[in-house]
Ligand binder design. Structure first.
Ligand SMILES: NC(=O)c1ccc[n+]([C@@H]2O[C@H](COP(=O)([O-])OP(=O)(O)OC[C@H]3O[C@@H](n4cnc5c(N)ncnc54)[C@H](O)[C@@H]3O)[C@@H](O)[C@H]2O)c1
Length: 349
């Protein structure tokens, strides 16, 4: 029987990488994307270019211009396709944007996910359902860990040093941003449909996911936006924490590779942190120095004392659980590879 996969948000950073990955492995790939990223972030956020690239390159890819909030269309599509794998990446992805559009954010992130889960329960209960969650489900609890301040970055002290945040971190009683809350809702729904209905679901709590296909904007897509500002000599604003805030970066290829492995060996209601880990962590100040070195261009930036509400001071993922359950998976793209790919991607645009 033909291998089929349904990918929501198929024109976005992760969705387009997953679509390519499975197309290259001869799956019939059905995407769902209505370019809503342009509605959230304006023209610069448009993901149409990724859609055109996929359509041109792969005969086995097709896209449905459906909104995941449209329950009837989602129900009809899942009923007719009964795909062998579902990867759910469509979302309103920005922490800061959510407070301007609380209803839209919740409807896309929480209700959109529920629409998909309910269709899966009705028509294809054995289909692995892999959901892109986020480290923002932990709210600002990681900020309560003991930190040490170095010249260019914050780091965890003692036990957490080099290990990072694991899946046992509380998702309760902290500041999440409204985005964090809509994502907690979808994360819990995905887990519940797994446990309650015995569906092989997976929540991937991402650190900074990045790659050449990101339509980076100020409100979402940290590294891509920072590198874009450097190349265009556009002013970049650092928000608080002295610019020493640390993010762990993972290339979208490594995310797609994990999704593939999970689809081959699914589990019920799995939850994993996925990110670059300590090795791929970098602060904003360090990222600025690195891109200046690569491009030879001075970064034009200003500093604002006001940190983003609920923003992490330091976050890197503990990858012990994901690596122990999937020993064949590892980070294959270093921070240098990531910078190079994003830089090249932007130069070629
Ligand atoms: N990029 C990151 O750093 C990061 C970090 C952690 C978690 N995540 C999560 O990973 C997922 C994918 O993120 P991304 O960076 O690829 O985002 P993205 O914005 O690049 O891609 C999302 C895609 O979904 C589409 N979309 C949005 N709303 C839709 C709707 N209602 N109906 C149909 N399509 C819709 C958009 O047009 C876009 O192409 C999201 O769930 C996000 O929360 C991302």
């Amino acid at each position: 029987m033909e291998n089929t996969i349904l990918v929501t948000g198929s024109s976005g950073l992760i969705g387009s990488e997953v679509s390519s990955f499975f197309c290259e492995r001869n799956y019939k790939v059905y995407g769902i994307d209505n370019n809503m990223r342009e509605v959230f972030f304006g023209k610069k956020g448009s993901t149409k270019v990724n859609l055109k690239r996929l359509e041109k390159k792969f005969q086995n890819f097709s896209n449905y211009n459906i909104d995941i909030r449209d329950r009837k269309s989602i129900d009809d599509l899942v009923k007719s396709l009964k795909p062998k794998v579902i990867v759910h990446t469509a979302a309103q992805p920005s922490h800061d944007k959510a407070s301007e559009i609380p209803f839209l954010d919740f409807e896309v992130n929480a209700l959109g996910t529920l629409n998909l889960l309910e269709a899966v329960r009705k028509y294809c209960k054995d289909t692995p359902f892999i959901h892109l969650s986020t480290n923002k489900v932990y709210g600002d609890t990681p900020n309560k860990m003991e930190l040490k301040e170095l010249a260019t970055r914050w780091e965890y002290r003692d036990y957490l040093f080099k290990r990072g945040i694991d899946e046992k971190c509380s998702i309760d009683q902290s500041t999440h941003s409204l985005f964090g809350v809509s994502k907690v809702s979808s994360d819990l729904l995905v887990q519940e449909y797994g446990r309650y209905f015995q569906i092989p679901t997976c929540c991937l709590r991402g650190g900074c996911l990045t790659g050449p296909s990101h339509s980076g904007v100020q409100l979402h897509g940290f590294l891509n936006y920072l590198i874009r500002c450097n190349l265009l000599s556009k002013e970049y604003t650092i928000f608080g924490y002295k610019g020493k805030q640390v993010r762990d970066n993972i290339h979208s290829y490594d995310v797609a590779n994990f999704i593939y492995l999970f689809s081959k060996d699914p589990k019920i209601s799995a939850v994993y942190n996925i990110g670059g880990g300590y090795e791929n962590s970098i602060s904003i100040l360090e990222a600025i120095s690195k891109i200046e070195e690569i491009s030879g261009l001075k970064m034009n930036f200003k500093y604002s004392d006001q940190s983003r509400i609920g923003d992490h001071i330091c976050y890197y993922s503990n990858l012990d659980k994901i690596k122990s359950d999937f020993p064949k998976w590892n980070i294959s793209k270093s921070l240098d590879d990531i910078f190079f790919d994003v830089y090249q991607g932007l130069m070629n645009k």
